[in-house]
Write a protein that binds this ligand. Structure first.
Ligand code: ATP
Ligand code: MG
Length: 275
């Protein structure tokens, strides 16, 4: 699979603090990359640079070969809205809007009419295990349900890359694992790449590979973190993309499938994947 997003020699300081010290990372089409490392090691800074949220002091970021780090704020913001999706730890849903309008928001910002945007957004609810939740406000959802709404909102524009920073950080472990599996499956199912920052090694199991960040650098790890290195079986090239419900089970093996305690809670398809 070809490279979708690539950072080269990324460096970022905050005053005397070196947050990134020359990081390169290539994300291939449809793959899920977990970024792990201790607190303060530079994970969020790396994600923000790759996502065009933050401009690195040095280095380059390219999306499909095109430099994005040198774009102006307006252009980067349009790019983030159309090509990227985001899932953060919490606080990302607008509390005054019902769930379906929260999901519809990125479409409306892109010029889709409200009625069309809400109709499209509702297609995501059942596949993400949210049937019946369309009209609820974020305060009326559980943490796991709110994160599913956030996943729908990240995917509704059909982005090239979804970025997630500690998406399960505010959830209990079981809910966190369900949510992460859903995030990984739904991004894969839609042909999007996933870059996810996590502290949870179990969460990283649902990704194709793990990149370790330490003191603003990527740690070389045998069998992991290398450009072609992939954890688990198969790797990105071996995975069926947009291939129907069976594509929803992914890296992690049989025990991962049983981990969430019942497939009934884990949706099996995502809109648009079948056709
Ligand atoms: N806006 C900022 N101003 C000053 N220093 C910052 C800023 N953002 C990050 N830093 C510093 O840069 C370093 C890397 O921060 P970063 O947020 O990338 O770490 P992280 O790996 O995401 O940590 P955590 O796991 O705690 O979220 C840290 O030393 C942090 O204190
Ligand atoms: Mg962070």
């Amino acid at each position: 699979m070809s490279v979708v997003l690539e950072g080269f020699g990324l460096a970022k300081r905050f005053g005397p603090t070196v947050a990134l010290d020359g990081v390169g990372l290539a994300v291939h089409g449809g793959e899920a990359v977990a970024i792990m490392g201790p607190s303060g090691s530079g994970k969020s800074t790396l994600l923000h640079c790759l996502a065009g949220i933050m401009r690195p002091d040095a280095g380059e970021v390219r999306l499909l070969g095109r430099r994005i780090d040198t774009m102006g704020e307006r252009e980067r913001s349009a790019l983030r809205r159309t090509r990227f999706g985001f899932v953060f730890q919490f606080g990302q849903l607008l509390p005054e809007l019902p769930a379906d309008e929260n999901v519809a928001l990125p479409l409306m910002l892109g010029g889709v009419s409200r009625a069309d945007a809400v109709r499209q957004s509702r297609e995501w609810f059942a596949p993400l295990g949210l049937a019946g939740m369309e009209g609820r406000r974020p305060g009326e959802l559980s943490g796991g349900q709110a994160q599913r709404v956030a996943i729908a909102r990240a995917l509704v524009t059909r982005p090239a890359v979804v970025f997630a920073d500690e998406p399960t950080g505010a959830l209990d472990q079981a809910t966190g694992h369900d949510t992460m599996r859903l995030l990984a499956d739904a991004t894969r199912h839609n042909g999007a790449s996933l870059v996810v920052v996590t502290h949870d090694p179990e969460v990283a199991r649902w990704c194709d590979r793990v990149v370790e960040v330490r003191d603003g650098r990527i740690l070389p790890r045998p069998g992991m973190g290398g450009r072609e290195a992939v954890t688990g079986e198969g790797g990105p090239g071996a995975v069926t993309r947009a291939g129907g419900p069976e594509a929803v089970t992914r890296a992690g093996g049989p025990e991962a499938a049983g981990r969430s305690g019942g497939s009934a809670t884990v949706p099996r398809a995502v809109p648009g994947a079948a056709g």
